[in-house]
Ligand binder design. Structure first.
Ligand SMILES: *Cc1c(COP(=O)(O)O)cnc(C)c1O
Length: 234
């Protein structure tokens, strides 16, 4: 690799590198160019940092806390109307109204009462963010997401009973396990339910995720650098 150009801001450089790795992994997997989207995860980072990514041309972002996103994104979205923001962290029912108003995709739909509340709010507001169902592929007690055995019934309920715009599935594999098995399982659940989108893969494993069919990868650290320890958990 050639030496980095010092006149290009580091975030723009990192973004270009990650985009190139995504393109290469997509090609190596024999998949169509452009079939994998990059969600740049900006949790803990201030608007001043996010602006570097927007200036570099990036438009799809992810946040894991509703309140933090509400504090940062409304002015940015007003200034850059083509930006979209995905919720990739837990959603409490008392935050459903502002979440539906702000987010363009909600990747963490994971329980019937939340699905119902989202459906009601979408009906009320007329806004219909894309929905992803979070699957707890590792069946971890402390982690959000529907267990694999309950996935088919929950997906059917979201689509048929609640009428959510259910685009696909999302997972966060256990940190201490080989992620491929989890990516393969997510792909299998999506296939048998006819869902096209798979949100999986982070800085450490997005190339593996692409090999297993990811259509969205969620990358933070590789673009924006390390986060403060308090917030480094996924
Ligand atoms: C923080 C986070 C990411 C990005 O993680 P990195 O390792 O920084 O790339 C992806 N997905 C979710 C759900 C996250 O919370």
């Amino acid at each position: 690799m050639s030496a980095p150009d010092p006149t290009v801001p580091v975030i723009a450089r990192n973004l270009a590198a990650v985009n190139a790795q995504v393109a290469e992994a997509t090609k190596e997997a024999g998949r169509a160019a452009g079939s994998v989207g990059l969600v740049a995860v900006t949790k803990t980072h201030p608007a001043s940092v996010i602006r570097h990514a927007i200036a570099a041309g990036h438009r799809v972002f992810g946040e894991n806390r509703v309140q933090e996103a509400l504090d940062k994104w409304p002015p940015l979205k007003e200034e850059f109307p083509d930006v979209s923001v995905h919720l990739i962290g837990p959603l409490q029912r008392n935050k459903v109204r502002p979440a539906v108003a702000l987010f363009d995709a909600i990747e963490t739909v994971d329980r019937p009462r939340l699905a119902r509340a989202l459906a009601d709010e979408m009906e009320r507001s007329g806004r219909r963010p894309d929905c992803f169902i979070q699957i707890n592929t590792g069946e971890e007690a402390q982690k959000a997401g529907v267990f694999p055995a309950e996935a088919d019934a929950f997906i059917a309920a979201c689509r048929d009973d609640h009428g959510l715009a259910t685009r696909g599935l999302m997972c966060i594999p256990p940190i201490d396990e080989e992620p491929s098995l989890h990516f393969a399982l997510l792909g299998e659940i999506a296939r048998r339910n006819g869902l096209g989108e798979l949100s999986m893969g982070m800085s450490a494993d997005f190339e593996t995720a692409i090999r297993f069919g990811a259509t969205l990868v969620r990358v933070g650290t590789a673009i924006f650098g390390p986060r403060p320890p308090r917030d480094s958990r996924p």
